[in-house]
Ligand binder design. Structure first.
Ligand code: GUN
Length: 292
C-alpha cells in the first residue's frame, strides 16, 4: 500500500510556485495577488480561509482577506465582487462557501469574472471544463488529478466510482476522470444519496473517490483488493481525548480499507493540503492570463 501523500506533494507544488514568484520578482514584475471574501464567522470556514492567506505568504503572493458580517445583504456582497472584478491589482479571488441563507449562492457565483474565478465555480469555467477547453479547474478536483499524476496511478480504462455529487467535488471529478488524457480515460460511475445497492458498485471499482462528509462510511467489505482510494471527507468528530475536543475524520474506514488498497490518501494530510496548493496554482495562471 502506498500513501498518496498530499502534505509532501503540496509542499513540492508550493516550492515550485515560490520559485516562479522569485523569478518574477527578480524581473521586477508584480507578484500574483489573491483575494478572499468571507461572510460571517463560521469556525471551519475561517480556518480554511486563514490557511489560504497563510499559503499566499509562504509562496510570496500578495493576499487580501475581506471579512463581511453574517448579516450582509446580497447587494453588499455583489458590490464587493464588482470592486474585485474591476481592480487590476487583483489577479484572482474566491468567495468562501457556504454563504448565509439570505444570500443566493448561484447569483454570487455568476457575478465573479470568469477570468478571476480561481475556484472554477462560474458556469463558464465549469462548461469549459466539460468541453476540454482551457479553464480554471476547481481546486479540490485539480488537487486529486495532481496526486494521481505525480504518483503515476494508472487511470486509463479503469472503473472510477465517485461517491457524492457536490458541485465543488463529486460532479466535477466525475467529468474530469472521464475526459481524454491523463489522468482520465476512466469509466465513471457517479453515485449519490439515491443510489441503490452502493456496495455492488463500489466492490467493482478500481478507483473510489469519496466526497460525502460521512465519517468512515466506506468499509473494507465494500472494496476489492488493490483499489485506489481518494478520501475527500473532512468531518469534525467530537473527541474528548483530543486537546481541541475534536478530531478530523474522513469518509473511509482507513485502518481496515488501507489493508486492501494499493494507494490511499490519509485524512488529514491527503486531499486537504492539495486543495490549497492548487488554488495558488490557479492564481498563478490567473495572473498569466491577464498580464500577457
Ligand atoms: N467551501 C468549501 N470548499 C470550498 C472551496 O474550495 N472554495 C470556496 N470558496 N469555498 C469552499
Amino acid at each position: 500500500m502506498t500513501l498518496l501523500d498530499g502534505t509532501k506533494i503540496s509542499n513540492d507544488i508550493k516550492n515550485e510556485i515560490a520559485e516562479e514568484v522569485q523569478q518574477m520578482k527578480s524581473r521586477g514584475e508584480k507578484v500574483p495577488h489573491l483575494a478572499a471574501i468571507i461572510v460571517g464567522s463560521d469556525g471551519a470556514s475561517l480556518t480554511y480561509v486563514n490557511s489560504k492567506v497563510k499559503a499566499c505568504e509562504r509562496v510570496g503572493f500578495e493576499s487580501t482577506l475581506i471579512r463581511m458580517s453574517s448579516s450582509s445583504s446580497e447587494i453588499e456582497l455583489l458590490k464587493k465582487i464588482k470592486q474585485l472584478n474591476e481592480d487590476p491589482d487583483i489577479d484572482g479571488f474566491i468567495v468562501q462557501l457556504p454563504l448565509p441563507k439570505q444570500i443566493d449562492t448561484q447569483k454570487i457565483l455568476l457575478a465573479v469574472d470568469p477570468k478571476k474565478d480561481v475556484d472554477g465555480f462560474h458556469p463558464t469555467n465549469f462548461g469549459k471544463m466539460a468541453l476540454d477547453m482551457s479553464c480554471f479547474i476547481p481546486a479540490t478536483p485539480y488537487g486529486i488529478l495532481e496526486l494521481l499524476e505525480r504518483h503515476g496511478v494508472e487511470t486509463k480504462g479503469k472503473h472510477t466510482v465517485v461517491i457524492g455529487r457536490s458541485h465543488i467535488v463529486g460532479r466535477p471529478m466525475s467529468i474530469l476522470m472521464g475526459r481524454k488524457g491523463f489522468p482520465g480515460n476512466s469509466t465513471v460511475t457517479l453515485t449519490h444519496s439515491f443510489t441503490k445497492n452502493i456496495t455492488q458498485i463500489t466492490s467493482q471499482a478500481d478507483i473510489i473517490i469519496t466526497a460525502l462528509g460521512n465519517p468512515e462510511f466506506l468499509k473494507a467489505e465494500m472494496v476489492k483488493d488493490d483499489v485506489v482510494i481518494i478520501d475527500v471527507g473532512i468531518t469534525r468528530v467530537a473527541d474528548d481525548t483530543n486537546p481541541r475536543g475534536y478530531r478530523i475524520t474522513g469518509d473511509v474506514d482507513f485502518k481496515a480499507v488501507s489493508k486492501k488498497a494499493s494507494f490511499i490518501t490519509p485524512v488529514p494530510g491527503g486531499v486537504g493540503p492539495m486543495t490549497i496548493a492548487m488554488l495558488l496554482k490557479n492564481t498563478l495562471l490567473a495572473r498569466d492570463n491577464h498580464r500577457h
